[in-house]
Design a protein around this ligand. Structure first.
Ligand code: HEC
Ligand code: HEC
Length: 280
């Protein structure tokens, strides 16, 4: 094939359609340099890092790098940071953790997952509460809001008892009167409150007693929340709470976590719940 020249350079001599010629100019220098640099890079990379598949394994590379070892190294860094705090926790009371700002911040962060895994199903995400399960974000506590109270609630579990008051104890009319007074926050002024023995558990001021877990009946924060709150109050009075003699009684049981979670995990959760809202 004869080589031909046109004004753009060397051509293959082939002409299509009278004017179209194919040039044989070499590619520009910068392009060739790039081409060689890229294969050199491939060779160096494949020597350094694991690259080529073999029959049952792969080339290991001179660097000895694996994604697993990198992951383990990262994890170790995290563990080292954690260990600084974790090693202190077993020897400390929950109250002492609470008093140490740095430790408290660490514990609150690490307990968030624990709470999500073990508690949120009943108490709602972030402890906001669910129908039948008390909110943990407010400062209204059935069993008291000190760090010790909260730790005990978690470790030992809780099960409040209120006998059913419907039937022999109270007529429907009396239940209506008491329920309305509670709904309006004025129950201690209702004579039936003392006469029918509510006062023995809910206290002379109507604010409940932490030792019994009897709800505060004056603050309009509802332990058994409902869209129709007045009806819910009547229901509680009529059927009680955890009263085995009434099949319609309200069930309210906080399971015990001792033995299911470690003491340190329980401490962490107590600190977490305490700072959620109104720990005292
Ligand atoms: C199966 C449902 C359930 C689970 C799971 C559960 N709780 Fe409870 N919790 C309850 C109920 C019900 C009560 C109220 C008990 C009562 O009324 O006597 C309660 C009460 C409490 C109280 C006392 C609240 C107060 O007002 O004094 C605290 C604190 C608490 N739970 C924390 C937790 C933590 C932390 C977890 C996770 C480890 C958890 N709970 C898991 C059902 C549950
Ligand atoms: C033996 C003790 C006891 C007696 C007596 C008692 N209660 Fe209760 N009551 C409780 C306890 C404990 C709770 C909380 C149960 C729980 O949350 O686990 C409660 C809860 C309630 C609630 C639910 C409050 C809410 O926020 O949803 C109402 C309403 C109530 N009681 C009204 C009464 C009235 C009215 C009387 C008198 C007729 C009475 N109680 C007598 C122990 C008692």
């Amino acid at each position: 094939m004869s080589e031909d020249k046109n004004r753009y350079g060397q051509t293959t001599g082939h002409v299509w359609d009278e004017t179209l010629a194919e040039l044989t100019n070499p590619p520009p220098k910068w392009w060739m340099l790039g081409l060689h640099a890229s294969w050199i890079l491939v060779v160096l990379y494949s020597l350094y890092y694991p690259t080529w598949p073999l029959i049952s394994s792969h080339t290991k590379g001179l660097a000895g790098w694996t994604s697993i070892s990198e992951f383990k190294k990262d994890m170790k860094e995290v563990e080292d940071v954690r260990a600084k705090y974790e090693n202190k926790l077993p020897g400390m009371t929950a109250a002492a953790i609470l008093a140490d700002n740095e430790l408290k911040n660490y514990v609150v962060r690490s307990a968030k997952v624990l709470f999500g895994d073990n508690c949120a199903a009943c108490h709602g995400s972030g402890g906001a509460g669910n129908p039948g399960f008390p909110a943990l974000v407010d400062d209204d506590w059935l069993y008291g809001g000190t760090i010790e109270n909260i730790e005990q609630s978690i470790a030992m579990g809780r099960k409040g008892m209120m006998p059913k008051m419907g039937g022999a104890q109270l007529t429907d009319e009396e239940i209506d009167k008491l329920a309305n007074a509670i709904y309006n926050g004025t129950v201690t002024k209702e004579p039936l409150y003392a006469a029918k023995g509510c006062i023995g558990c809910h206290g002379p001021d109507g604010k409940g007693m932490a030792a019994l877990g009897s709800a505060n009946l004056t603050d309009k924060i509802w332990r058994f929340k409902s869209k129709d709150q007045l009806a819910s109050i009547k229901y509680t009075i009529k059927h009680g709470v955890n009263d085995p003699s009434d099949p319609k009684t309200r069930n309210a049981e906080m399971p015990s976590w001792k033995g299911r979670l470690t003491d340190t995990q329980i401490k962490k959760l107590a600190v977490y719940v305490h700072q959620l809202g109104g720990g005292q």
